[in-house]
Design a protein around this ligand. Structure first.
Ligand SMILES: NC(=O)c1ccc[n+]([C@@H]2O[C@H](COP(=O)([O-])OP(=O)(O)OC[C@H]3O[C@@H](n4cnc5c(N)ncnc54)[C@H](OP(=O)(O)O)[C@@H]3O)[C@@H](O)[C@H]2O)c1
Length: 419
């Protein structure tokens, strides 16, 4: 078994070398003037096309250099989010062209400053949002998306922070106006956003959190959520059994028929927020059937009904707010508040596991398998754990046909570093 592991590690190295001899893929930031083969290269995860796990490669790419207003960051850790699975599948609106380097957030050390950048110095420890390109050894991103991190915040924690905590904070406090004594329903309560929501709710007195999650997670997360239900349970009945009037806030990342269920659970003046469509992911590749089913099942809302029933319906997309709608200033204010809560030890990112860049496929498979509690992190300096026989995410060089790996969790033999 061990020998097979060594062979697989060598195979991965060869995969990198093979990629290094190819033309550089599109998608890096900077002027791209460095050619592959120069000393100025970096490693990055590249998505070669939309589809299954076999569309991911570790490649060498030209070293990016900061443009005016950008910071160059030597990356230590990157966040892996559910949206990255959807990007890989091409399961998002207006997907960008491939090849691309995935990833929307990272942490690391400032290595260079573009012209006109103020307030940062080389050597600063930072976390950042990146509009793609985060899963690389070096990243350039506009200064408006970069935040200094506290001394006692580790790089994995910092990479787990921006997307999940900012999303949770904006939904609870900017959109739904969470206050003392309210109640919140959150799906995927053991996941990255789910745990951030639970922690932020605990900063307000007397907030009741109803959560759904796979049952095996309940023991681990029971202290963060007031009432937990299995993800397949009839949660509408369960919530009404405990609180006949329903809840004040429904946070729905599933979509489909959960929209109607969520609306039916709202108390008068309650707020329903749609912020994801996890139900559309039913296998390793995009399923048009699941997409259509989810779309078809969404409750078609009549504003007159909302008026009569005193209900608020909202949507939230952090990436659109940041990268399309220019609200970086608002988000900086939110990050400041979140860092204050972190410094007061009221919130702390839950890191599920650390993975080397070479292990990105296994990391994504863990989310497909619903195995994570908290956030998965790509640790740029981690050495990959040798693969064992039967590994389910070995690179397929034979072709681009994807298999559906759903429910295939028994095969995985590479164990992550669990924090
Ligand atoms: N709108 C925004 O700005 C924004 C920002 C961040 C995240 N999101 C959304 O929030 C949701 C959670 O994101 P996250 O990054 O924190 O991920 P996450 O919750 O850690 O995602 C993994 C968990 O989701 C649950 N899940 C639900 N449907 C699933 C499916 N079809 N396949 C696999 N797992 C599924 C599983 O938990 P259980 O089995 O325990 O349910 C799984 O462990 C996603 O829908 C994401 O797109 C939205």
């Amino acid at each position: 078994m061990a020998k097979e592991g060594v062979e697989k590690a060598e195979e991965t190295e060869q995969m990198i070398e093979k990629e290094a001899n190819k033309e550089p893929a599109e998608g890096g930031c900077g002027d791209g003037s460095h050619r592959l083969g120069d000393a100025q290269e970096m490693r990055a995860v590249v998505l070669t096309g939309f589809g299954g796990l076999n569309k991911l490669r570790l490649s060498r790419k030209p070293m990016p250099e900061p443009q005016d207003g950008e910071l160059k960051i030597r990356v230590k850790a990157c966040g892996l989010n559910f949206i990255d699975l959807m990007v890989r599948q091409g399961n998002i609106d207006n997907p960008p062209k491939t090849p691309l380097v995935p990833g929307f957030e990272c942490s690391g050390i400032v290595e260079a400053l573009g012209d006109s950048v103020k307030g940062y110095e080389i050597g600063d420890r930072v976390m950042a949002f990146v509009n793609y390109n985060a899963w690389a050894e070096v990243v350039c991103t506009p200064v408006e998306f970069v935040y200094k991190i506290p001394e006692d915040m580790s790089f994995p924690e910092a990479a787990a922070f921006p997307v999940h905590f900012v999303t949770a904070y904006v939904m609870l406090f900017e959109v739904a106006n969470l206050r003392e004594g309210m109640s919140v329903l959150v799906h995927s309560a053991g996941g990255g956003v789910g745990q951030a929501v639970a922690q932020l709710c605990s900063t307000i007195p007397n907030v009741t959190v109803f959560g759904t999650a796979s049952t095996f997670k309940h023991e681990a997360i029971k202290d963060s959520v007031t009432h937990l239900f299995d993800r397949n349970a009839d949660y509408v009945q369960e919530v009404k059994r405990i609180s006949s009037e329903g809840v004040d806030i429904v946070l729905d990342c599933l979509c489909g028929d959960n929209t109607g269920k969520g609306l039916s659970l709202l108390k008068p003046l309650g707020t329903y927020i749609l912020y994801g469509s996890s139900n559309m992911v039913t296998g390793e590749t995009k399923s048009f059937f699941s997409f259509a089913k989810s779309w078809w099942q969404v409750e078609k809302v009549n504003p007159i009904k909302l008026y009569e029933e005193n209900k608020v319906i909202a949507g939230f997309s952090l990436l659109n707010l940041l990268f399309k709608q220019g609200r970086a200033g608002l988000i900086r204010g939110v990050v400041d508040k979140l860092l204050a809560l972190y410094n007061q030890k009221k919130i702390k990112p839950v890191v599920d596991s650390l993975w080397a860049l070479e292990e990105v496929k296994e990391a994504m498979q863990r989310i497909h398998d619903r195995g994570n509690i908290g956030k998965l992190i790509l640790d740029v300096e981690k050495t990959p754990t040798p693969l064992m026989a039967n590994d389910s995410t070995e690179t397929s060089e034979a072709g681009e046909e994807e298999e559906d790996h759903e429910g295939d969790s028994e095969n995985k033999e590479r164990t992550p570093f669990i924090q």
